[in-house]
Every structure is written in structure tokens, then in C-alpha cells.
Design a protein around this ligand. Structure first.
Ligand SMILES: Nc1ncnc2c1ncn2[C@@H]1O[C@H](COP(=O)(O)OP(=O)(O)O)[C@@H](O)[C@H]1O
Ligand SMILES: [Mg+2]
Ligand SMILES: [Zn+2]
Length: 460
């Protein structure tokens, strides 16, 4: 039964649908984002399922114990940093959304995957952004041989899916979803309806044949994935590439993963020859550090399974205008205000007529409470203009009464600090007993409250 055609107005930011046009989206409050889309009325088909179709549904039902699986449910990309973020390779039939700013390296990593998986898999690379020759040039620069890769410069989703059904490649890459379109939909490529329906069509095709699909999705001005939250809900895994454009390292993060932890990060460096894995991120993040400056403190965070050292910097200056400015980069802004309030109330350190800027070096985001202590020490070091011992690291959660609370994985953090040549570690006193095997050459300074920790700054 042919569906009725109807018109709706869809917010291009958040996907909100309205039967009539409005100037402002009531869902996300953006202005002028509603655009007219024509969709086939799917509801017309509901309730008309034939009895044979019902029978088919019933026979496809199994108990959990009847479902068989083999161990070989994942493909390894052989790029360790990527495999780890994916939760141990690519799950067959999964759909992975790869997102990030333009020029960050999405197309690059896909081509490099083609190379690293060339012994085992036939790959279909669909590009709507670059011509075949452009892809070839890039492949040449990256040293990708490409015997196993079929390049398709097609933007019609239906045609792509038909090709996948006929050829059954082992892995499909779509670069990018914003360039695809479905002919029956009247809206232009890149609009939310096109992006959503194209993804749905690819997803059905991939799932039915157990073919994993990587989809590149661009981000919009606000940093969200364009054609946005809707996509995150549909796909199995969302990977996000981060990094400063003018710096060479890139951090790959899983925002959502149905098949693994979302805490893991992969660290890469962009070189002429493509993205190289960084096996020792701590050393990379600490390179180029200045010695003997006030307002800097090193901490150790656990990212997934790995401890990583990173530097917290604070700049504290006199306020030029009435209201003091506070800025935080890589650390939660409200948490910063909370820590400033604790320092003020418990230690009598007044920041209220001072501008305070906090920065985490290297584009890292510290969202573990274990970073609190290092943030406080950086702030106070900046306030007093007294540098910390540069071979010192600090971690611990700061409670509202100024107490330093214990954190997890203490042994791993201390080991990482010792490995990189640090000689002193300030940590919660209650955590010291977790250390069963103290590494050589590092002094453990257990502190009970913020007062004890700040005394270390005085000593320098
Ligand atoms: N000829 C080149 N030599 C060295 N690096 C290059 C060259 N061309 C592109 N790059 C690097 O590759 C990046 C482009 O990555 P790309 O994978 O195309 O990004 P995305 O697909 O995410 O937009 C550029 O930002 C640049 O750093
Ligand atoms: Mg690209
Ligand atoms: Zn909206």
C-alpha cells in the first residue's frame, strides 16, 4: 500500500518535528532552523501485516540459550589504539559513527585501516567528498597499497546499498554521511531527514548481512554531530576525534559504545605519512614543559585502562575590571568554582578579586575527581607565585571540608609517575595502604587535608 505523502517541518539542529512552520524551535530554542521536509506516511502500513508475515516473525524467535555465536565476531583493525577504543576490534554488523572537525584525520584513518586490514578483508570505500584520483593521491602519500579496497564515488544511498547486497564486502566505509541522499526524499543532501534515513538504510543493509559499517559524520558549528543527536541514537558506536588543529596529536574517544567501555582513548600523532600511534601518551603530553614556573602541577588520570600524566596550569592575576574573570579549559568550570570556594573557606585564600584561568595542557579533558588536588595546588602555586618541585605529581579528590579523599588505581598512577622519572607523589594518606609494591626512587607524601598539601608548596 502506497503511503500518503505529507509535509512536516523539521529542526535541522535537533530533529524536532512540527506540522507547521515556526521561527524558533521549541525543543532546542534555535532560531530559523525549521525546514520543510516531505516524508511518506509510514503509519499507513501499520496494522496491515499479513498472517504469513506474522508466522515468519514467530519462527524467528529464539530463547537466549538457543542463540549461537562464534568467537570470531570481531575484526581487528591491527591499529592498537583504534582497536582498544572500539572495545577490542570491530564487531560484525555494527555501525560506527566517526566524527570530528574538518581536517582532523577521519579520511586518513579510514584509508590507514584499509592498509592495516588488507590481508584479511575486502573493503568498500564510498566517498562523496573526494574524487577517485584525490583518494589515490592520498593513498599514495600514506603508503596504502589498496588491492583489497574498492573505491566508489556514489552519493545515492539506495545504489550503495544495492551494491553492498550484491558484492557483500567485509567492511564498508562511508565518507561522509552528509553527502548521501535518497532520491525519494525531496530535501537536500545533508539535511537531517536525508542523514537520518540514509543512516537507517545503511544500518538495515549492514545488519542483515553482518557487515560492519564506518560512517563519517561532520560536526556543526556547535561541535555536535550534524544531523545530530538522532544519529547517535541509531548507531552502535560513536567515536570522536579531538585535537587542536595547529598541534599534531589527536585523541580518539568513544562517546557511546554498545560493545565496549567509553573510557578508553586512543592517542595518535599526525605526520606526513599519516596518523601514527602514540604508545606513550604521558611522555608526549609532558614534552615541551617549562621548568620552574609557578601555577603548574602534574597529575595522573586513569583513561580507560591506562594511567596518563598531564599538566594542569593556572594563571592568577589581578582583576582589571569589576568582576573577576574565570575560565577553564579541559576541566569542569563549576568544579573549578567549587575548589576555589573550598580554598577560600578552609584556607582563607581569596581569589575573589583575582582573574583565574585554568588550562589542561594538550587538549586533555580531566573529569576524574582525582584531579582536584592538582588543580588546587596549581591554583595556589599561581596565587603565591611559587613554583612546585618539577618532579612532583599530585592526585586526590578534595572534599567540601578540605579533606583529601582516596581514589582508585593508586598503584597504577604511582608506577606511571615513577616510570617517567618523577621523584615525589602527593596523594591521599588513606590511599597509601593500597600500594603494595612501591617503585624505587619516588617518595610518597600522604596528605589528609588541603592544608597539609599546601604546605608542600611553601617548601618548594
Ligand atoms: N600533503 C600532505 N602532507 C602532510 N599532511 C597532509 C597532507 N595533506 C593533508 N595532510 C594532513 O591531513 C589532514 C587531513 O585529514 P583528513 O583525513 O582529510 O581529515 P578529515 O577527513 O577529518 O576532514 C590535514 O589536516 C593535514 O594535517
Ligand atoms: Mg575527509
Ligand atoms: Zn531544534
Amino acid at each position: 500500500m502506497a503511503g500518503k505523502i505529507k509535509t512536516v517541518y523539521v529542526c535541522q539542529e535537533c530533529g524536532y518535528e512540527s506540522p507547521k512552520w515556526m521561527g524558533q524551535c521549541p525543543n532546542c530554542n534555535e532560531w530559523n532552523t525549521l525546514e520543510e521536509e516531505v516524508i511518506a506516511d509510514k503509519k499507513a502500513a501499520v496494522g496491515t501485516m499479513s498472517s504469513s508475515a506474522v508466522k515468519k516473525v514467530i519462527t524467528s524467535v529464539k530463547t537466549l540459550s538457543q542463540i549461537n555465536y562464534t568467537d570470531e565476531e570481531r575484526y581487528f583493525t591491527n591499529i592498537n589504539e583504534l582497536d582498544r577504543v572500539l572495545g577490542g576490534g570491530i564487531v560484525k554488523g555494527s555501525v560506527v559513527l566517526l566524527s570530528g572537525d574538518p581536517g582532523i584525520g577521519k579520511s586518513t584513518i579510514l584509508l590507514q585501516m584499509c592498509e592495516s586490514m588488507r590481508n584479511s578483508l575486502n573493503i568498500l570505500y564510498v566517498s562523496g567528498e573526494e574524487s577517485a584520483v584525490q583518494i589515490k593521491l592520498r593513498a599514495k602519500r600514506l603508503g596504502v597499497d589498496g588491492n583489497n579496497v574498492t573505491i566508489m564515488t556514489e552519493t545515492d544511498t539506495q545504489a550503495i546499498c544495492e551494491y553492498i547486497m550484491a558484492q557483500k564486502p567485509d567492511l564498508v566505509m562511508i565518507d561522509s554521511i552528509q553527502t548521501l541522499h535518497i532520491n525519494e526524499l525531496s530535501s537536500s543532501a545533508g539535511s537531517i531527514v536525508q542523514v537520518r534515513e540514509s543512516t537507517n538504510m545503511l544500518l538495515r543493509t549492514g545488519k542483515s548481512l553482518e557487515i560492519p559499517i564506518f560512517i563519517v559524520g561532520h560536526v556543526n558549528k556547535g561541535g555536535d554531530i550534524a544531523g545530530p543527536k538522532v544519529l547517535e541514537h541509531i548507531v552502535d558506536t560513536v567515536l570522536y576525534f579531538e585535537g587542536e588543529r595547529n598541534q599534531s596529536y589527536r585523541i580518539l574517544r568513544a562517546i557511546k559504545n554498545r560493545f565496549g567501555s567509553t573510557n578508553e582513548i586512543g592517542v595518535f600523532e599526525m605526520r606526513d605519512t599519516g596518523l601514527c600511534e602514540v604508545e606513550n601518551p604521558s611522555a608526549m603530553l609532558l614534552s615541551g614543559r617549562m621548568s620552574n614556573v609557578s601555577g603548574a602541577c602534574i597529575t595522573c588520570v586513569i583513561e580507560g585502562t591506562r594511567p596518563i600524566l598531564s599538566e594542569v596550569q593556572a594563571l592568577v592575576t589581578t582583576t582589571g575590571f569589576g568582576n573577576p574573570r574565570r575560565m577553564s579549559n579541559g576541566f569542569d568550570y563549576n568544579r573549578l568554582n567549587l575548589l576555589l570556594a573550598i580554598l577560600e573557606k578552609r584556607q582563607g585564600l581569596y581569589f575573589s578579586n583575582l582573574d583565574t584561568y585554568l588550562n589542561v595542557v594538550g587538549g586533555m579533558r580531566l573529569d576524574e575527581p582525582a584531579c582536584d588536588l592538582a588543580v588546587c595546588m596549581a591554583l595556589v602555586s599561581g596565587l603565591r607565585d611559587t613554583p612546585l618541585n618539577e618532579k612532583l605529581i599530585a592526585f586526590g579528590e578534595v572534599g567540601l571540608s578540605g579533606e583529601i579523599r582516596s581514589v582508585s588505581r593508586v598503584q597504577a598512577r604511582v608506577n606511571e609517575a615513577a616510570r617517567l622519572g618523577f621523584t615525589a607523589c602527593v596523594l591521599p594518606r588513606s590511599s597509601i595502604k593500597q600500594i603494595t609494591n612501591k617503585p624505587e626512587g619516588i617518595e610518597l607524601i600522604g596528605v589528609k587535608n588541603i592544608k597539609e598539601a599546601l604546605e608542600i608548596i611553601k617548601k618548594g
